[in-house]
Design a protein around this ligand. Structure first.
Ligand SMILES: Nc1nc2c(ncn2[C@@H]2O[C@H](COP(=O)(O)OP(=O)(O)O)[C@@H](O)[C@H]2O)c(=O)[nH]1
Ligand SMILES: [Mg+2]
Length: 474
């Protein structure tokens, strides 16, 4: 094996999930996965590069075509052990009955380690035993992966017992659900298949971990920018006559909604790219709260802080609390912006005086001599909702295994949501303090230091991302 760039060949019976496992392990959604057995007839190598340097490569192979006869030939072979594979290929390369077997042995011949994939939700058959025996005869370092395509676990113990006879390492790994942590754990256990591989695989694992942290850091910077620009947003327009006021308010709101929506969308796109979902769009589950608009009632009901947390945050000022109605509007059902489009236009006069409905409290809209100004945002709840929406999307994208191509099979959010489904309502006071400080600094309040608040906020987000990706969170 080339010790600087290790290669692993993913082998097994057709349709067991070889390509799916490879796709997930290599975070590469260009790997062809097919419900039809036997579609892959040639090997294809997928390098994993980090910062432009190849660090490991995985080779997808056709499934075994004629394992029993291949094994028989190998058992009757009288040549030298080291030449077994080479001689098998020479003897069969022109025989169409062994086409796939010859091809799948090629990477093994050049020294690749073996990852044998089986679907552990079905019973063991004799052909499986033949395949394992062939791999054992190659003498190459090898591990077995049990990729359960169905929920059935009755056969798992049998598989494990059989595998112990033939493999140096065994792992259960679901190609459609494996997370970052499980990918790393799998790479770690590859070390166990050959002592010589340990140093190079140590480097690979470290490179994977560093790369992941770097990506998280980039997300964190991106989210900080989203918050800064989304909450600090401010625009003003000249008011020529009092009659224009309603229309201008509406225009300013629309401008704000457009700006924040496009920023949110860009963040999601960048996350998809960073986590290498280039081809498939990892659709959100049908009832996901993330399918809602930022200012929809449901977003404000299910995301962000709960009412008592908000009161504690002082996010609801004395005046707002006094005004009762604003508390309800700001904390719970806050459909102001969905109201803006429809209601203010259609029933503007009816709403006069109820300024929260036109978003005045949220955006700090004010009339200053001849100028109507919108922003910066006055309601800290928006900070939490923006964060929740991005953190939930992050969690969705990092947990979408690259080998997963089926959109309907896995359960998503259901319609019966609990009270709050985001991350921020779970945050303790210390985390919320960081957010409050940051929010107040954006308002240029006296006594708040923006650079310090930014640093603390960024650190908070980075830690949160790390926690979500290592198994914490929602
Ligand atoms: N439900 C489920 N389906 C899977 C899983 N792994 C693979 N499949 C499906 O099984 C079929 C064959 O997968 P593929 O990776 O192409 O198998 P290969 O022929 O061994 O490379 C595809 O339709 C996959 O979507 C799994 O873990 N769960
Ligand atoms: Mg395949």
């Amino acid at each position: 094996m080339n010790r600087s760039v290790p290669e692993f060949a993913v082998v097994g019976h057709p349709n067991e999930g070889k390509s799916s496992v490879l796709s997930t392990l290599a975070e590469d959604d260009s790997v062809r996965i097919s419900p039809m057995p036997g579609e892959t007839r040639e090997c294809q190598t997928f390098p994993v590069t980090i910062d432009g340097t190849e660090i490991i490569r995985f080779t997808d192979t056709p499934g075994f075509q004629n394992p029993r006869k291949t094994l028989q030939w190998m058992q009757e072979y009288h040549g030298r052990d080291e030449e077994l594979i080479r001689d098998f290929i020479i003897a069969h390369k022109h025989d169409p009955a062994f086409h796939d077997d010859c091809h799948l042995l090629q990477p093994i011949l050049r020294g690749a380690g073996i990852i044998f994939v089986v679907d552990g939700s079905r019973p063991l058959r004799n052909t499986d035993k033949a395949e394992m025996e062939i791999l054992r005869l190659t003498g190459c370092p090898r591990m077995a992966i049990i990729n359960c395509k169905d929920e059935e676990t009755a056969w798992l113990a049998k598989w494990q017992t059989e595998f112990r006879k033939h493999f140096n390492s065994i792992r259960v790994f679901n190609s459609c659900r494996a997370t970052y942590v499980e990918r790393i754990a799998l790479l770690e256990s590859l070390k166990g298949i050959d002592q010589e591989l340990q140093p190079v695989l140590d480097r690979v694992v470290t490179a994977f971990q560093d790369d992941w942290q770097q990506r998280n850091q980039q997300v964190s910077e991106m989210l900080l920018e989203l918050l800064e620009q989304g909450l600090g947003y401010s625009r003003s327009v000249l008011l020529k006559s009092a009659a224009d006021e309603e229309q201008l308010r509406e225009k300013l709101h629309a401008g704000y909604v457009k700006s924040i929506s496009s920023r949110e969308k860009k963040c999601r796109e960048r996350m998809r790219n960073l986590y290498k979902h280039n081809i498939f769009n990892c659709e959100l589950p049908p009832h996901s709260i993330l399918k809602e608009d930022l200012f929809s009632d449901r977003s404000w009901e299910f995301l962000g802080l709960n009412r008592s947390q908000l009161v504690m945050a002082g996010g609801l000022s004395g005046a707002a609390i006094g005004a009762g109605i604003d508390v309800a509007a700001a904390g719970l059902s806050f459909g102001i912006f969905s109201a803006v489009g429809g209601l203010v236009g259609a029933a503007g006069t009816a709403l006069k005086g109820r300024e929260f409905l036109s978003g005045t409290k949220l955006l700090g809209m004010r009339l200053d001599e001849q100028r109507l100004t919108v922003g910066p945002v006055k309601n800290i709840q928006l900070l939490y909702i923006l964060l929740d929406r991005q953190l939930l999307f992050y969690s969705h994208i990092i947990n979408w295994a690259h080998g997963r191509r089926d959109y309907d099979r896995l359960p998503g959010n259901t319609e019966n949501l609990p009270v709050k489904v985001g991350f921020t309502a779970e945050w303790q006071g210390n985390k919320r303090k960081v957010c409050e400080h940051f929010f107040n600094s954006l308002q240029h309040r006296e006594g708040y230091d923006l650079p310090g608040a930014r640093t603390a906020m960024e650190q908070l987000i980075t830690e949160e991302l790390q926690e979500i990706s290592t198994g914490g969170g929602c």
